[in-house]
Write a protein that binds this ligand. Structure first.
Ligand SMILES: [Cu+2]
Length: 142
């Protein structure tokens, strides 16, 4: 390999690395944890349901806040996790708490529902590694 080729290979590698970094989500510590404090898995509740969000090893900050090791909660209702490398959808199954809220009261129809938390960065994209809670199932009484 000529020196020029080595140089261009390095430049290419650097460019790919740089674009990966640019496209990459905010970094989260490996031991960070999101969890639902209340209700508990399997709990039978009445609507409206107060859901309390827990976060360990990171801080909660409103959406748009450029501060490392922070994010805001998203509550996923009756759905699986969305793709973890893009914007978290905003619809009735994916509720954003861009104000930095740590609890919510939600109206849920009678029956079984699943709840899961997913932390998003200032741009509503999950961190790397993604921080999400266990998915819990609750039953809303009639
Ligand atoms: Cu969001």
């Amino acid at each position: 390999m000529t020196l020029a080729r080595i140089f261009s290979a390095c430049t290419l590698a650097t460019a790919i690395f740089a674009s990966n970094v640019a496209a990459q989500d905010s970094v989260a510590p490996k031991d960070a944890k999101a969890y639902i404090i209340s209700p508990s898995d399997g709990e039978i509740v009445t609507s409206p349901v107060t859901v309390v969000f827990g976060l360990k090893g990171m801080g909660v900050a409103p959406a748009g806040t450029a501060k490392k090791m922070t994010g805001h909660h998203h509550l996923i209702i009756d759905s699986d996790l969305p793709p973890l490398d893009e914007n978290i959808p905003a619809d009735e199954n994916h509720i954003h708490f861009g104000g930095g809220q740590t609890e919510v009261s939600i109206d849920l129809a009678p029956g079984e529902h699943t709840l899961q938390l997913l932390l998003g960065d200032m741009n509503h994209i999950p961190h790397n590694p993604p921080i999400f809670s266990q998915k819990i199932t609750i039953t809303v009484k009639k």
